[in-house]
Design a protein around this ligand. Structure first.
Ligand code: AVJ
Length: 320
């Protein structure tokens, strides 16, 4: 049985993009939220990134889930998998199979901002798991956690180190909201990328083939299409830097020249100085003690910590 709840309409998304663009393009330094990367082209480029030699997180997390899915199912006893930032890929199936093998699986709740993507993923999973109740939710999980289906014993999964896209303050309120929506029967499953040699971190976000550079520039194409803007993506250089203080990778777009860019839908023209950089994403990297402290501050208790063999990435289970 497949059901889809829509808490975000196309109009909501259009308005959110307009608001983010007005705020971010007027900010000093300019910035845009990373959620706007993922139109069809951006999602395709991200899939390509996950297969790059330099981009280790996806492979590392998959290795852990293959090895630990049984322990995750046993450790959670969940009858429901809630996946924030839904996949339909191998990682989702590893968890569904493990919960199925444990005999507890009843329901899958994929949550994503993109209704198109979610519809396809949910239908795929429904076809592959006869009898599984699939309840898809089109929502912004940074704002709509209180609207997720409740009840049952839920394994709430935030994989891929997506948590790292949020700076500390936003992470704290996200984890706090997540905690307030949990009962003692729920379990949190997090994938977190770990602090390591900055050269490896930068390479993972600035690959030799330039796929990440294209992914980064794609947000300008989204603005051009959705806001009738006049960005020339070729007039911006891709930048990926490690911030040792914040312990995050920062992706930016650097304007090669002094330029004025019209954004017709907003009725404004944006000026860039030569060399000016606009921030397009942060990807925070974690240490065990720091994520344990952040989880604790939100009311969670770390229950299991599973790093991959190389110690590059970790998957953890936490209890509310
Ligand atoms: C999907 C947000 C986890 O931060 O590593 C990949 C996105 N950005 N390469 C990440 C991303 C550049 C990815 N997340």
């Amino acid at each position: 049985m497949l059901r889809i709840d829509h808490h975000l309409t196309a109009d909501d998304l259009a308005k959110a993009l307009r608001d983010d663009a007005v705020e971010g393009l007027a900010a000093r330094p300019k910035s845009l939220p990373p959620k706007w990367f993922y139109d069809a082209r951006g999602s395709g480029l991200f899939e390509e990134i996950t297969r790059l030699r330099e981009y280790y997180p996806t492979r590392a997390e998959r290795e852990i889930l293959r090895e630990r899915a049984g322990g995750i199912a046993a450790g959670s006893g969940a009858d429901t998998l809630v996946e924030l930032g839904a996949g339909s890929g191998e990682k989702t199936r590893l968890l569904l199979d493990a919960l199925g093998d444990a005999g507890t699986l009843r329901r899958f709740v994929p949550v994503d901002v993109s209704g198109d993507f979610l519809g396809e993923a949910a239908a795929e999973i429904e076809g592959a798991y006869p009898g599984l109740e699939v309840h898809a939710v089109v929502a912004d999980f940074e704002r709509h956690l209180h609207l997720l289906p409740a009840g049952g014993r839920r394994l709430v999964a935030v994989l891929g180190s997506t948590l790292g896209n949020q700076p500390p303050a936003a992470r704290m309120s996200f984890l706090g909201d997540l905690h307030s929506g949990c009962t003692e029967d729920d379990t949190l499953l997090l994938g977190v990328d770990l602090v390591k040699d900055p050269a490896r971190l930068v390479a993972a976000y600035d690959d030799a083939r330039g796929v990440t550079a294209e992914f980064n520039r794609n947000v300008l194409r989204v603005l051009n299409r959705e806001l009738d803007a006049g960005f020339d993506p070729g007039a911006f250089d891709h930048v990926a830097v490690w911030d040792p203080g914040a312990e995050w990778i920062e992706m930016r777009l650097r304007s090669r020249t002094r330029q004025r860019v019209p954004v017709a839908a907003l009725g404004l023209t944006v000026e860039f100085a030569a060399g000016e950089e606009m921030r397009t994403e942060i990807s925070a990297k974690f240490r065990r003690e720091r994520i344990e402290a952040e989880l604790g501050a939100a009311g969670f208790t770390l229950q299991d910590w599973w790093p991959d063999g190389a110690g590059d990435f970790a998957v953890l289970l936490a209890r509310p």
